[in-house]
Ligand binder design. Structure first.
Ligand code: PLP
Length: 401
């Protein structure tokens, strides 16, 4: 998207506002399917939790993708957006047996990552095929918040528990139709991913009625101009070859599934904020914007580095700034960042604001959550209105004293 278009959107819908480029989502989807063109049955489940706006879900459904969900509410949103139950997989962690059964009753593929739950579910519903989430204990990435394959992780059934897993399957006579892993975000090293895949293949051999193998996600996208990204094309080549060999061995063509969130939507998003003012201290120049971690928490929660561009002053002389918000707590978006000279009321564009940004927004400090705009077919479409005071009071019951 061009700076002019973004500025125009900020003018029309005011600030702060989230903007998503539908064409970028489509391009990423096409890039992924092209990388795996050697796979005869490929299924891309978009991880809804990254960005759940209903119009985004509808757009992604139109592209031909399936959906990955982590709560019954995401399942319900997915159904509303037009995904069929057969095209939804439910991969929760720590949910109740009751929620699991409610989702299964909708005809959605369930994925279980806990042996107790597997046994309980298998006893009650032996005829419902289940996918199992394996933890291969391969460390991917360095941040323990987003790396979920390590030994202390709460996610998945440990690969070391295979004997017990097989006994439960035999005792309950349940059908395992899929096997899954999600090693966490930020895969930089394809060989680490392939190592984890080998563990999954070895486990997969133990089940005779598989229909699919789901390799989760963890595709890394670049967050700053000199950042790394997962080499999808190389991964596509290597994993496809290995997967097709596995299927020959297994004696049946299986579906290869993925669940990308970030990869599909991260780079499509821009978060536009306006500069309230510049504040100089003895050591730092602060640019204070009309937002905070109430709208955009990834820098504070994960230490995420989002590229920030001053789209109001593209030719300004670069200077060093700390970009901070207006929340009454430390809410640093970026420290000591080189940005083209910032003046009051400039519009700053935060890049990679598609995944895990709006969905984590809150009303802290009683601020309204931002509007969301979709750029599609060279036009902007409002897909969520900015909140109002009314919204802050919805669901509150006013007592009279
Ligand atoms: C969050 C999640 C994903 C998506 O991860 P990204 O890093 O956004 O691609 C996929 N699968 C499961 C089970 C998840 O929890």
């Amino acid at each position: 998207m061009t700076a002019e278009t973004l500025l125009q959107i900020a003018e029309t819908y005011k600030s702060p506002v989230y903007v998503y480029d539908a064409h970028k989502i489509e391009a990423q989807y096409n890039r992924l399917t092209a990388a795996f063109k050697e796979i005869s049955q490929l299924k891309i489940h978009y991880a809804a939790k990254a960005l759940t706006n209903i119009s985004i879900l509808k757009f992604i459904s139109k592209l031909g993708a399936a959906l990955d969900t982590v709560s019954i509410q995401e399942v319900q949103l997915g159904l509303k957006a037009g995904f069929t139950a057969e095209n939804i997989i439910y991969t929760p962690n720590g949910v109740s047996l009751r929620e699991l059964e409610s989702v299964a009753a909708l005809g959605v593929q369930i994925n279980i990552d806990n042996l107790e739950l597997l046994e309980q579910f298998g006893h009650k519903q032996p005829n419902t095929p289940v996918c199992i989430r394996i933890n291969p204990h391969i460390m991917a990435g360095g941040n323990s918040n987003i790396s979920v394959g390590h030994i202390d992780s709460k996610f998945g059934i440990s690969i070391h528990q295979m004997p017990l897993l097989l006994r439960i399957v035999e005792n309950t006579q349940m059908t395992i139709n899929g096997i899954h892993m999600h090693t966490g975000s930020d895969i930089l090293d394809i060989d680490v991913f392939l190592q984890a895949s080998e563990i999954l293949f070895a486990a997969a051999k133990q089940f005779k009625k598989l229909e699919f193998i789901d390799f989760g996600s963890g595709f890394k996208v670049p967050y700053t101009p000199d950042d790394f990204e997962t080499n999808i094309e190389e991964l596509g080549k290597k994993l496809s070859q290995r997967f097709n060999l596995f299927c020959e061995d297994y004696g049946k063509p299986l579906t290869l599934a993925f669940e990308p969130g970030k990869f599909l939507v991260s780079q499509s998003g821009y978060f536009l904020t306006q500069v309230n003012g510049i504040k100089q201290t003895t050591s730092t120049v602060f640019a204070q914007v009309d937002s905070g971690f109430n709208h955009f928490i990834r820098p504070m929660l994960y230490g995420a580095q989002h590229h920030i561009e001053n789209i109001s002053n593209p030719n300004g002389k670069p200077r060093f700034y700390s970009v901070v918000g207006y929340v009454c707590e430390t809410d640093t978006f970026a420290s000591n960042r080189r940005i083209n000279e910032i003046n009051e009321s400039d519009i700053l564009a935060f890049h990679n604001a598609g995944a895990y940004c709006f969905v984590m927004a809150s009303n802290y400090n009683s601020r309204y959550r931002p509007a969301e705009v979709l750029w599609y077919n060279k036009q902007n479409h409002l897909i969520r209105k900015r909140e109002t005071l009314e919204d802050l009071l919805t669901n509150q019951l006013v007592l009279n004293f």
